[in-house]
Design a protein around this ligand. Structure first.
Ligand code: PLP
Length: 389
């Protein structure tokens, strides 16, 4: 029987993730140094794990409120107040989700009507385009460029804008480019959003991993909080990818709309992960700083080495990704990544996995041990020398 005919049309046409595709090849090979998957090499700090163990021992194994534990929502409000200057009410303005992934899905499902346009800068996180498609919205990518250090410019935004645009999805610092915007750029984008009446969805999952210049949330700019949803989570800064925990903060009516979708799909995030998240927010900041210092050292090393060996690379101001240009090699990004993997067993992700504006670049995640990075760069140098011969 042809079971494919049961699959919804918009799912049939959904592309397979370029990362997943590539890493199926990597998984079959031996001796590979992977700069591929975007997750910390660190294990979650012990005090956070211990909080979850303690909660388990105490029998905290039940559903929580759909919105999430009130203790966690209070801790979130304290944290976003301290770090981003944002004031939210724990009772009504915060929803605890199964990672930022669920929060992205929820916000789009809560606000997008079929045919509404969702703008986002590209290259971008692999889930943005499919998440828009799954809500029957229309994705409107806005290109960012290496010459601008992959910051989103208001000029590019204005050029891409079309009637029917409803949402601007931002991710600063950005996966995969590490690019971000300075305050003046954010102010110009904020004015544009007010003028065009856009809802801003700000995915700030890498914000603690900003290495210089500090991080400003667009949501904190005048007039923005009322038209923004702030998304954040624990996966990156607290090294908690497997716990699947994140949150959304925003105007009560929008959080309520997201909660309605969430209560019929996820119901609530894992109770143990929520207990661990409280500990992370209340006592985890030293750990975040220690990990960020390691990423900083690794970033400086990797970017210096890439530039030395002929792969032009901006210094990413945030995240744990470097995004070097491979066009000087004469190879396309996929060709480069496949060839580097086959010849030298180093895995990087082709830039086109992050949208067509990623063509000619590869993403190298430096959330990998320093010694491994040294070896990966040496191997990549040998590969580059081989190309010149
Ligand atoms: N947003 C961005 C920009 C990401 O890079 C990722 C993961 O790589 C996510 C969201 C998903 O995060 P979570 O693990 O919280 O679902």
């Amino acid at each position: 029987m042809d079971t494919n005919r049961f699959i919804a049309r918009h799912v049939v046409t959904l592309p397979k993730s370029g990362i997943r595709d590539f890493f199926e090849i990597v998984a079959k090979m031996k001796g590979v140094i992977s700069l591929g998957i975007g997750e910390p090499d660190f294990t979650t700090p012990w005090h956070i794990r211990e909080a979850a163990i303690y909660a388990l021992e105490k029998g905290k194994t039940h559903y929580t409120s759909n919105l999430g534990l009130i203790e966690l929502r209070r801790a979130i409000c304290g944290y976003v107040g301290r770090h981003y200057g944002l004031g939210y009410r724990p009772e009504s303005d915060v929803l605890v989700t199964v990672g930022v992934s669920e929060a992205i899905d929820l916000v789009l499902r809560a606000v997008v009507n079929p045919g509404d346009k969702v703008m986002y800068h590209q290259p971008c996180y692999v889930s943005y385009h499919p998440s828009v498609t799954l809500t029957h919205g229309i994705a409107v990518p806005v290109p960012t460029h290496a010459a601008d250090k992959f910051a989103l410019t208001v000029e590019a935004l204005a050029a891409a804008w079309q009637p029917g645009s409803k949402v601007l999805l931002l991710n600063l610092p950005c996966n995969p480019t590490g690019g971000t915007c300075d305050r003046a750029q954010l102010e110009a984008i904020a004015r544009f959003c007010v003028e065009k009446d856009l809802l801003v969805v700000s995915d700030e999952i890498y914000s603690e991993l900003t290495f210089e210049g500090g991080h400003t949330s667009i949501v904190s700019l005048p007039g923005m909080q009322e038209r923004s949803i702030f998304l954040h989570g624990f996966s990156k800064a607290f090294a908690m990818t497997g716990w699947r925990i994140g949150y959304a903060c925003g105007p009560a009516a929008l959080i309520e709309a997201m909660m309605r979708v969430h209560q019929y799909s996820m119901l609530c995030a894992s109770s143990l992960s929520q207990e661990a998240a409280v500990e992370a927010l209340l006592h985890g900041e030293d750990g975040v700083k220690r990990m960020r210092d390691q990423y900083h050292r690794r970033r400086d090393f990797v970017v210096r080495r890439f530039n030395e060996i002929g792969l032009a690379c901006n210094l990413p101001r945030g995240s744990f990704y470097a995004f070097p240009c491979v066009s000087a090699t004469g190879l396309g990004d996929r060709e480069f990544a496949v060839s580097l993997l086959e010849k030298e067993r180093v895995a990087m992700v082709p830039g086109t996995a992050f949208g067509e504006n990623g063509a000619g670049f590869v993403r190298a995640c430096f959330a990998t041990g320093y010694e491994q990075l040294v070896e990966a760069c040496d191997r990549t140098e040998r590969f580059m020398q081989g190309l010149r011969r």
